[in-house]
Design a protein around this ligand. Structure first.
Ligand code: ADP
Ligand code: MG
Length: 329
């Protein structure tokens, strides 16, 4: 039984090989490649959804599973500021899955492709002895100068999030506790922020971007890397009315879900302070949501986490003990 974490394994595979066509390999939300003479680049990403790790068949409908398998990939393309174009779909299907499930899944998959203006161009299909697994590869395009990377921020940049946090992981938590809740839908049908990401990348307001798949704290730490620190005002974290209501109903504090829970699939990005006033006017004019949460600074090597949490009154909250990252339950 392997004791290596997902991140240990990725670092074992992280190659230093290069190619004139390769602009970004392992380490960002998606890889970027293209002909050096062509200003338009390809952006490619892949996500695997595995039964009982990423979804439970007793909780998710075939239509929602199809939608989510595309949404999680388009979120990584959005995080790069790319326009999605094509997808490939591979499925491992156990004998126990009824035909009606596969028919419904396929219909919903094609409908989501149509709605998102992407085309299914290939994939693979095989039997599975160990549950259903769905793997989607998504390809998009973007002009090289518009592509946003995780590590583009500099000290002083302001930190923004494109929408509410915590709904998906609280929805999952309530499912595991057998509690009926409208938040289950938020877990199964995350937002797809393509339109906002494209517009943001085109206007050149952002300096760095990633998506919230593994949890706000975890993804913010990856944005900080080894050179930056982030100070966050927790009282500004957007927890929407439904999440707050469901949390109150079950006497649960939603803050750890907003900070640590994953799969919100909102965009986390930074904007240099000089561009911030124009960015905020642009959001207002186009009815885009962007919550300002804090600021990047130079990394202080004494701290164990590059992220520091403060209340509006300036009190610092400990990050120690908070579960960071999406934990498959
Ligand atoms: P995300 O959450 O944005 O999908 P991940 O945390 O899953 O990103 O992956 C981080 C980086 O590691 C990405 O660049 C991804 O392509 C790469 N990666 C993950 N698993 C593998 C693997 N088995 N082989 C090569 N690269 C991988
Ligand atoms: Mg990502």
């Amino acid at each position: 039984m392997s004791t290596l974490s997902e991140f240990d394994i990725i670092s074992l595979l992280n190659t230093r090989s290069s190619s004139p066509q390769l602009i970004r390999g392992i380490g960002d939300d998606a890889a970027v490649f293209g002909n050096p003479k062509d200003p338009l680049k390809w952006v490619i990403t892949q996500d695997l959804l595995s039964e009982d790790i990423h979804f439970r068949l007793k909780w998710i409908s075939p239509a929602d599973l199809a939608y989510k398998s595309i949404a999680v990939n388009l979120s990584d393309l959005a995080a790069m500021g790319a326009t999605p174009k094509f997808v490939l779909l591979s499925m491992g299907i156990p004998k126990t899955i009824p035909d009606s499930f596969i028919r419904r899944f396929s219909r919903a998959f094609l409908k989501t492709c149509h709605d998102q203006e992407i085309i299914l161009i290939g994939g693979d299909t095989c039997d599975s002895q160990n549950g259903l697994w769905i793997q989607v590869t998504a390809l998009g395009q973007a002009p090289a100068r518009q592509i946003l990377y995780r590590h583009g921020a500099t000290p002083g940049d302001l930190i923004f999030i494109s929408g509410p946090l915590g709904a998906s992981s609280l929805g999952l938590h309530l499912l595991t506790k057998k509690k009926r809740s409208a938040l289950a839908k938020r877990h199964h049908r995350p937002p797809i922020r393509t339109a906002f990401a494209q517009a943001l990348a085109k206007r050149g307001f952002a300096s760095a971007m990633t998506d919230i798949s593994d949890g706000f704290l975890f993804n913010l730490e990856t944005m900080c890397g080894t050179t930056l620190c982030a100070a966050i005002d927790v009282d500004r974290l957007p927890i929407d009315a439904l999440t707050q209501r469901e949390a109150n109903r079950h006497t649960i504090d939603p803050l750890p879900f907003a900070l640590g829970g994953g799969e919100d699939y909102e965009l986390l990005f930074t904007v240099p302070p000089k561009k911030a006033p124009a960015f905020k006017r642009w959001c207002h004019a186009h009815h885009y949501t962007a919550h300002e949460l804090g600021q990047m600074s130079k990394h202080s090597p004494r701290r164990h986490s590059p992220v520091r949490l403060f209340t509006a009154s300036g009190e610092e909250l400990p990050t120690k003990g908070l579960v960071k990252g999406y934990v498959a339950r």
